[in-house]
Design a binder for this molecule. Sequence first.
Ligand SMILES: NC(=O)c1ccc[n+]([C@@H]2O[C@H](COP(=O)([O-])OP(=O)(O)OC[C@H]3O[C@@H](n4cnc5c(N)ncnc54)[C@H](OP(=O)(O)O)[C@@H]3O)[C@@H](O)[C@H]2O)c1
Length: 385
Amino acid sequence: MGTSKSRREFVKKSISASIAIPLIGSSLFSCNSEKRPKKMRILILGGTSFLGPHQIAYALQRGHTVSIFTRGKTKSTVHKELFDKVEHLIGDRNDNLTALEKGEWDVVIDNSGRKVKWTKDTAELLKDRAKLYMYTSSTGVYYPYLGDNITEETNTLTKEPLKIENEDEKLEYWYGVMKTNSENEVIKAFGEKQSIIVRPTYMFGPGDKTNRFIHWPLRLAKGGEILVPGKKDDPVQYIDVRDVAEFMIRLAENKLGGTFNAVGPTEKQTMLEFVNTAKETFDVKSNIIQIDDYGFLNKNGISYLVPWIPPIEKNFGSSRVSNKKGIVNGLTYRNLNTSIKEMYHWWNSNALTQEQRDKFEKNPKGVFTNESTIIKKWKTLKTSR
Ligand SMILES: NC(=O)c1ccc[n+]([C@@H]2O[C@H](COP(=O)([O-])OP(=O)(O)OC[C@H]3O[C@@H](n4cnc5c(N)ncnc54)[C@H](OP(=O)(O)O)[C@@H]3O)[C@@H](O)[C@H]2O)c1
């Protein structure tokens, strides 16, 4: 399957031969093992980007009604057909919340929180007309990640330090502080019991606009010599966006106020274990070339390759975040091969244009493009050592 065309044909065939992509989740409810949940009126702030469409799909499947509040600009690449079934409230979190001045909801899900003031304003505005406020935060609140078992009780970032070493750190500190202080604004307006804070780690799956994870489904499908960055024991964490979406809807149904990390996989996993498991998705021969020299990787443009982040210094614990509380409260995980396969299908489907795919697959600076050159350099270095 060398060319884009043959890949697309493969996708087309496997879709019609099997099931169509089961974008609507693990369906705990649809296997009739669970009672139909009490119908909720859900307001999603955002909803048309990555996480939102999967929340909408699961919520509608479970009989809830959904309103979304956006500027009307972003269009989803998944579940497009469902957007006729939701109420669209148009405004701008910067300066126009008029569309939210009327209406009552069982739960508000704040996905689009990018400024503390945005969350403060909507929490204040909705506190007497919504029973619960759920905030999509991030494990970024724990930056710098210094511990080896980061739990929901671990201190979070409320202030940026005076001295920040570089631009990457600046962004990490800004994001962590913004998310922590937004969480606090929710709790201030709604109280502990009516606030649900969810802190996902790196999410991947159909609809991902960051292109952070797509390297792996695409690369593993090709087989051959596969560059795996990192040392033997480097841990990784990641989660299918649909597992987060479904967990959030169930937390709301169960009115489980509190803070929850949304982190996978179930058990601890190293980068090598991740690749070895994920590559089983595809029936191709491959050979892993592990490059464990962080300096060499960095020099060759690989300072990270999600889910691999070098677990050193301020990132020591970024993949050492506890998922225990989430699991006890209903967090479940799809099979990794299913997730990889469905992400691959989505990428090669009509959901994206060839131009969008080329931007990643032909990026002259990307690891996807430069992998064989880097492997060659690594082999030369190893033989000369
Ligand atoms: N991706 C990850 O791996 C990851 C990991 C941890 C946490 N998170 C968090 O997960 C959340 C969900 O992420 P996401 O990618 O699905 O969504 P997102 O990119 O944060 O939000 C985009 C949504 O917000 C709307 N929006 C943007 N600006 C707006 C404005 N000024 N007023 C009103 N609506 C506005 C967009 O629609 P319009 O453009 O039409 O307005 C769109 O529906 C985020 O809070 C993110 O921080 C993500």
